[in-house]
Design a protein around this ligand. Structure first.
Ligand code: KG4
Ligand code: ZN
Length: 341
């Protein structure tokens, strides 16, 4: 693909996209990279009491929500179902029961309307969320995907051309936020409440480990989790939640920033991008923006509304694949684990 002319080649017709891989039921209508609607129904309330996503409960909630959410996406886009020309759906990776709900809905619509179906890799959706609304990011660029399930450094050489050069060997960055928040008694999901608490706290009050050495591009957050547990035990009532939250955020943000910069220098990319749920973190956005500019690279974080799981990013990823003629068969499977793309 000629990177300069990418947008010309993207699909010109309305695509309905569906995302149900974890705890958000989402449907969107996109035309190329233009988002006509992007409706997200979060299951936060449902999983709150367990402090995490319960797969069986997630699947049942998707069953209830998926058709009303699709209808709402069509209504908000002003695109009636007969105008939809393709259906895209996340089919990998994710919770299999949850994925199956979206995939079955997508197949039924594509089958009954005789329009193309396309299964999309969830992480390709996150990776291309920075391309929304005709935004262009130069190739090759380095993407940091940081979410509740993933922490990956990906070289994006072109649309569909990805190489993972770093990943977590245990917990994901979002999980590190969520588990620490839980130990501090903060509400689920932990990332957002941790960021709120960290505001005004002293990030250097409690020194915490950063995991693997700086020149190693892989991440490890299990040591941080253990250190946070020990901190809550030794400090007890004396623990300042504000300072502790600021310290945890500082530890996670600095390790993510250091390794991203190190990978960008090693692979000589033209730009750095930040995507995934944790990309909503303002401190991380600022830190990576400053670090990128220091090494002379442009920086692009996903728009806030496209950080957490959503169907618009799945539609954007689908448009370039559909434009290239890719289609999925009606026996499209759901996969709990799958390599990019
Ligand atoms: O991408 P996402 O919605 O779902 C997955 O694919 O995992 O990411 C959710 C993760 C959760 O771990 C959540 O705590 C984290 O993103 N998160 C944040 C913030 N908002 C969400 N982490 C840090 N700061 C935030 N503001
Ligand atoms: Zn995600």
């Amino acid at each position: 693909l000629d990177p300069g002319r990418v947008s010309d080649r993207w699909f010109q017709h309305p695509i309905l996209a569906i995302e149900t891989s974890c705890d958000e039921t989402s449907a969107a209508v996109v035309v190329g990279t233009t988002i006509k609607s992007n409706v997200i129904s979060s299951q936060i309330k449902l999983h709150e009491k367990w402090g995490g996503v319960v797969p069986e409960a997630a699947a049942r909630a998707h069953v209830e929500a998926v058709l009303p959410i699709i209808q709402q996406a069509l209504d908000e886009a002003g695109t009636p179902m007969p105008d939809i020309e393709a259906v895209a759906v996340t089919n990998r990776p994710g919770l299999v029961g949850a994925l199956s709900v979206g995939v079955t809905a997508a197949k039924s619509i594509a089958y009954s309307r005789s329009i193309p179906l396309l299964g999309v890799h969830h992480l390709e959706g996150h990776l291309l969320s920075t391309f929304a609304d005709d935004n262009e990011v130069p190739f090759s660029h380095l993407a940091l995907i940081a979410s509740g399930g993933h922490t990956e450094l990906v070289i994006v050489r072109g649309l569909g051309e990805y190489e993972i050069v770093g990943h977590t060997i245990d917990d994901a960055a979002g999980e590190a936020f969520d588990k620490s928040a839980r130990l501090f008694g903060l509400p689920y999901p932990g990332g957002r409440s941790m960021e709120e608490q960290a505001d005004g706290g002293n990030p250097l009050r409690y020194p915490l480990p950063k995991g693997l050495a700086k020149d190693n591009l892989h991440f490890s957050f299990s040591g941080l989790k253990t250190a946070v547990l020990r901190l809550t035990q030794t400090e007890g009532e004396a623990l300042s939640i504000r300072d502790a939250a600021a310290s945890v955020q500082h530890a996670i943000v600095s390790v993510l920033t250091e390794k991203t910069v190190s990978a960008a220098e090693t692979y000589r990319v033209k730009a750095i991008t930040l995507v995934g749920g944790v990309a909503a973190n303002v401190s991380l956005r600022k830190s990576l923006a400053a670090a990128s500019s220091q090494i002379g690279l442009s920086f692009q974080a996903a728009p806030l509304k496209l950080c957490t799981d959503n169907a618009a990013m799945i539609g954007i990823a689908a448009s370039h694949r559909l434009a290239k003629g890719e289609r999925s068969a009606f026996d499209l499977e759901t996969l709990p684990n799958a390599d990019l793309p």
